[in-house]
Design a protein around this ligand. Structure first.
Ligand code: ME8
Length: 640
């Protein structure tokens, strides 16, 4: 096959702060489909992904988890890698920003930019959004909150290093102008030009002193390198870039990147900061940055805190790897957000994978076995219009997929393959092989129909190898063909003559009973909903008089084991309260404590002893109980 040259593709590196949801995972699946497609079509591909492991957010999360940052990111990175591996992604390097080779070069990059005067030291005063690891000026805030994520920001004032972005603005603008394909899709390019370049770039604060978890500035170790400078560098350090020019062969071969595939929220970092870093380092710029849209759950942003997050491993458990790959790749439009719900996944699997694909393959293989003992020959019957249409469709699909993949319209490429599969099903309806089989005079005709179907299925399977690699392999195994490369789908009719397809036809995708599957998923995954009592108005609450009472004495109830009889001092009155907490407290244990009690409950007699109120306590799921007690305030204080 023709060697089309090198192709270097990268994804964003995922924050090692938690388990990636299906939105994050989508990106690596898409990158994998592109990487596999490029390999299939003759490119020498390098594919890099990994984890972004430094920064304040991660330091804080590690602390909250009671771990060192390194132990914490080791755990997270392993989980992220597990999910990417589970999805069968064919990356060449999984880089971690805590890798020694990376950290070493980041220090050198920072120093070089400082030595040549592009980075300088000054005072920083501004707003910082920790979740986004981003600085903002007053005017950039939206309603006083982070313009990217809408969360709270806090004031930061400290000595910092700054990067002179403005020095390279003009050069960057020229590059964008001369390379219309650099920022894709077009709408994202316009955003960058109008929102960031036109108003003029501000110098960027590129070091921090308020936390430690980062790559230290080696000539000023109070500072750590700003996490985005660190993270973006992965694209070159991962290849073996060296600031002093002793680059690895990998770097020499693969840089500049052909594609940085990232989400739409981080286009600014990749199309402004990153190219300016490279311009300053004298490194060629990447050829393209594609800001893909977002995956939503229904119409909502995926959010762990909202509890709507869907994870790849859960999806795989119910549907298998390839069905999940198919869903996310097929469902994500080029520029608008895509959507996922369990219901939609089930529908899509049934309509496309079970009804169209699975059905076609099993029908064709079964008929080949039934009518010809599995051995179908190169046809010599006359070619009809139906045949010509099918053949044209198969050959055209190869071109269509190529054109769509060139534009990174991955969903459209998949849809084109699906159209070919639908065309095959239509061909079965048109040619009605079961009717041909009734008369031996039609043997040649029937052989031709089945050969054409097997060949069209082979075309589709070779194309699908980039999107659903395992399914593609299974189908090609069942066809028992070695013709699996791109050259073999340039012309129809390459399927080996007189060879036997598999006789044990295994279903590819079983049709799912939506109701059953969804019920099972929801019962497995949904946590029981928190049940609340009916709402009350504040006036209702105010009817209760709850006060702090100091326990003066406590005795066992004379005739009930479960009850204790308390005398309490409420400042200027004493009350007797009977409480059913003997199981948890010995009488003497509570004397002297100040507890919360309702004092305007109607008095009742409990086994003959009057109770003039109720001591408040809480019992948890494990059956542990504790009275509500207070320390500082005096007896008699009202609780409101
Ligand atoms: O941004 N749908 O990491 P990250 C599709 N560490 N893509 C989504 C998504 C969604 N719902 N949510 C997030 C970071 N993404 C940085 C990158 S690169 C030098 C540093 C995408 O873990 C997101 O846009 O928050 C990003 O491209 C990727 O997932 C990782 O996000």
């Amino acid at each position: 096959m023709e060697n089309k040259g090198k192709y270097y593709i990268t994804t964003a590196i995922a924050y090692a702060s938690g388990k990636p949801h299906i939105g994050n995972t989508y990106e690596i699946i898409m990158a994998d489909a592109i990487a596999r497609y490029k390999r299939l079509t003759g490119y020498d591909v390098r594919f890099q992904t990994g984890t972004d492991e430094h920064g304040q957010k991660i330091e804080e999360k590690a602390k909250a988890a009671g771990m060192t940052p390194k132990a914490f990111v080791d755990l997270q990175a392993a989980e992220i890698k597990r999910i990417f591996d589970l999805m069968n992604t064919s990356y060449d390097r999984f880089i971690r920003t805590t890798d020694d080779d990376h950290e070493f070069q980041v220090k050198k990059i920072f120093r070089k930019l400082y030595d040549q005067g592009d980075i300088y030291k000054s005072q920083y005063e501004g707003w910082y959004c920790t979740p986004c690891e981003s600085f903002w000026t007053d005017s950039q805030l939206v309603d006083g909150k982070c313009p990217d994520c809408g969360r709270e920001v806090h004031k930061e004032k400290e000595e910092s290093y700054f990067f002179k972005l403005s020095k390279y603005q003009k050069q960057l603008e020229e590059y964008i102008e001369e390379h219309p394909e650099f920022i894709q899709p077009e709408s994202r390019k316009n955003e960058m030009i109008n929102n960031f370049l036109k108003p003029g770039l501000q110098d960027l604060c590129v070091s921090r002193t308020s936390f430690k978890w980062g790559v230290p500035v080696d000539f000023d170790d109070k500072h750590v390198v700003y996490v985005w400078i660190d993270a973006l560098s992965n694209y070159i350090t991962g290849l073996g870039y060296d600031v002093d020019g002793n680059h690895s062969d990998l770097y020499k071969k693969y840089w500049p990147a052909d594609l940085h595939l990232i989400g739409k929220d981080i286009v600014r970092f990749h199309t402004i900061y990153w190219p300016i870093m490279l311009l300053a380092l004298g490194v060629p710029l990447p050829k393209q940055v594609f800001g893909h849209p977002w995956m939503l759950v229904g119409e909502d942003k995926i959010s762990k805190s909202r509890g709507n997050a869907i994870y790849a491993d859960d999806l795989v458990r119910y549907f298998g790897v390839d069905a999940v790959r198919y869903y996310v790749l097929h469902e994500m439009p080029f520029a608008q957000d895509g959507t996922i719900t369990w219901e939609l996944v089930v529908d899509r699997i049934n309509s496309d994978l079970a009804n169209v694909y699975g059905n076609l393959v099993s029908r064709t293989l079964s008929m080949s076995n039934k009518y010809f003992g599995g051995t179908v020959n190169t046809p010599d019957a006359q070619t009809t219009e139906f045949d010509r249409e099918l053949i044209r469709c198969a050959e055209e699909t190869v071109k269509k997929v190529d054109a769509k993949m060139d534009e990174l319209r991955v969903g459209d490429a998949l849809e084109a393959i699906l159209d070919l599969l639908r065309r095959c099903n239509k061909y079965i309806d048109e040619t009605e092989p079961w009717k041909l089989a009734k008369d031996t005079a039609n043997k040649q005709e029937l052989n031709k129909v089945l050969y054409n179907l097997l060949e069209a299925i082979r075309f589709a399977a070779v194309l699908l190898s980039s999107f659903m690699p395992e399914t593609s392999r299974k189908v090609l195994d069942q066809l028992n063909t070695e013709k699996r490369d791109y050259d073999s789908i340039q012309h129809f009719g390459q399927l080996e003559d007189n060879h036997k397809v598999a006789s044990d036809v295994k279903p590819l995708f079983a049709r799912l009973n939506a109701e059953e599957v969804l019920a099972k998923i929801h019962s497995d995954l949904d946590k029981p909903a928190v049940k609340h009592k009916d709402e009350v108005a504040i006036e209702d609450f105010e009817k209760l008089e709850i006060k702090v009472g100091k326990i003066i004495s406590c005795e066992k109830h004379p005739s009930a084991d479960k009850l204790l009889v308390f005398k309490l001092d409420f400042g200027n009155e004493e009350r007797q309260i009977v409480s059913g907490i003997a199981k948890w407290y010995k009488p003497e244990e509570l004397v002297g404590k100040k507890v919360a009690a309702i004092v305007n409950l109607k008095p009742v007699k409990l086994r003959g002893v009057e109770s003039q109120g109720m001591i408040l306590s809480a019992e948890d799921e494990n059956g542990d109980l504790e009275v509500v007690s207070l320390d500082k305030v005096a007896a008699g204080a009202e609780i409101r």
